[in-house]
Each structure stands twice: as C-alpha cells, then as structure tokens.
Design a protein around this ligand. Structure first.
Ligand SMILES: Nc1ncnc2c1ncn2[C@@H]1O[C@H](COP(=O)(O)OP(=O)(O)OP(=O)(O)O)[C@@H](O)[C@H]1O
Length: 223
C-alpha cells in the first residue's frame, strides 16, 4: 500500500535546494490496488515514482509505504523495503554486462533462491514476454522493445509487493502492450499494488482504472 499525506518534493538540499517539483500530494493506493498515472511531460510522474521507490525522500509531508512511515524509518530498514518494490524505469537500466537471462534472474539471486528454481522461473517469464530466443543476448544486442520487455520481466519476476512502471509500453506494439497488461493484472490479482505511468490513452481506455493525474507537480485527479 501507498499513502501520501501532503507530500512535497524538491531536488537538492540546503543551499543547493531547487524549486519544488511536487506540491502537497495526498492520495492512497490500498494493497492490491491499481492506478494509472498521467500528466503532461514534466508534470512530475517520474519524480513521484522515484519518491515512492525511495530513491529520493519527500521534503515535506508523510509517506507510508507497505505500512512503514518512511520519515520515521531508519535508513537500514529501507533496502529491505526497496527489494519488495519492482520498478520498470523509463530508460530500462539493464546491466550491460549481463545477458537477458541474468538480468531477469538478478532479483531472485539477490533473494537467495535455489539456482534450479531460478532457471525455471526466468525461462517461463522470458517465454511469456516473447523473448525465449534471446536469453543469451546482452542488452546492446536487443531492440528497444526487447530491452523494455527484459526490464518488465526483471521487475515482476519476484512477485513484488509493489510495482512501479514508468511508460512500460513506450517501445511496445499493441499486441505486446496487451500482453503486458495481462501480466500486470495477474500480479494485481495476486496482491501486488501497482502504479503505471503512461501517455498511452488507448491502453488506458481499454483497461479502465482509477487514475492519478499530475499537472505542474499538483495532483489534479484521483478517480
Ligand atoms: N534530478 C533532478 N534534479 C532537479 N530537477 C529535476 C530532477 N529530475 C527531474 N527534475 C525536474 O522535475 C520536474 C518533473 O520532472 P519529471 O521527470 O518527474 O516529469 P515527468 O512527468 O516524469 O515527465 P516525462 O513525462 O517527460 O517523463 C521537471 O521540471 C524536471 O526538470
């Protein structure tokens, strides 16, 4: 679950502090909830995601993630919480020296799963996203859409408690985007809380869901 109470964000601190990019945001996404996140370019979608996956701290307000008040949590508690969050970055952030298989296997290896189970799970996931033939390819050998699908597979392989996806269909065709939505819905049914940022209006129309809209750092819609 995600709860924000009058949360603001400004980048930089002290003398390096910059203008606020998110203003007074309050909303709640219950466990297993799904939200679209929309808004014009520069509205603050990526910044909001970064705050929720704990890459940046709110400058003001209260943020509760998976029942934990982030402002009060000790720093050493955060990595454990972060491991329960699957993130699909706009720029993928795959590890260039690892194959598609090893990129997707990473969260399972970090979690200490047995190698035999990892192999089966990663193969099934890569098959699902249509990349069974590319398991040994490195990111630079993959197209943008293929890299995006590897990034998605890596984000969800561990059945995260929360999923944050930033434009996950940006490089996908319609059929692949549909398949991705089925995957997200399946995870949702299993209890994963998800926020998906998108400009893809037709996908939003096909999968109607409650929508958070940002405009110039303000939350202008939550319905
Ligand atoms: N690291 C940073 N330091 C300072 N300002 C930043 C930083 N990252 C983003 N910003 C600023 O925060 C504002 C919101 O940017 P953000 O990337 O969150 O928007 P967005 O809605 O995700 O845009 P897009 O749809 O283009 O990805 C912008 O004015 C941007 O310049």
């Amino acid at each position: 679950m995600i709860r924000l109470e009058a949360v603001s964000l400004r980048y930089g601190a002290g003398r390096a502090a910059q203008a606020e990019v998110l203003h007074d945001l309050s909303f709640h996404v219950p466990e297993g909830g799904f939200r679209w996140l929309t808004g014009p370019s520069g509205a603050g979608k990526t910044s909001l995601m970064r705050m929720i996956y704990l890459a940046v701290r709110p400058s003001r307000g209260r943020m509760i993630i998976q029942g934990k008040d982030i402002g009060r949590a000790e720093r050493r508690q955060l990595p454990r919480l972060r491991r329960r969050i699957g993130v699909v970055f706009q720029d993928f952030r795959l590890l260039p020296h690892l194959t598609a298989f090893d990129n997707v296997a990473l969260p399972l290896r970090i979690a200490g799963r047995p190698e035999g189970q990892i192999r089966a799970d990663v193969m099934e996931m890569l098959r699902w996203v249509g990349l069974a033939a590319k398991i040994d390819s490195h990111p630079y050998e993959l197209s943008g859409g293929e890299q995006q699908r590897v990034a998605i597979a890596r984000a969800v392989i561990n059945r995260p408690a929360m999923l944050l996806a930033d434009e996950p269909t940006g490089n996908l065709d319609d059929a692949q985007a549909e398949r991705l939505m089925q995957l997200f819905q399946e995870l949702n049914r299993l209890g994963t809380t998800a926020i998906v940022a998108t400009h893809n209006q037709s996908l939003m129309a096909r999968y109607p869901a409650r929508t958070l809209s940002l405009d110039s750092g303000h939350l202008v819609q939550d319905e």
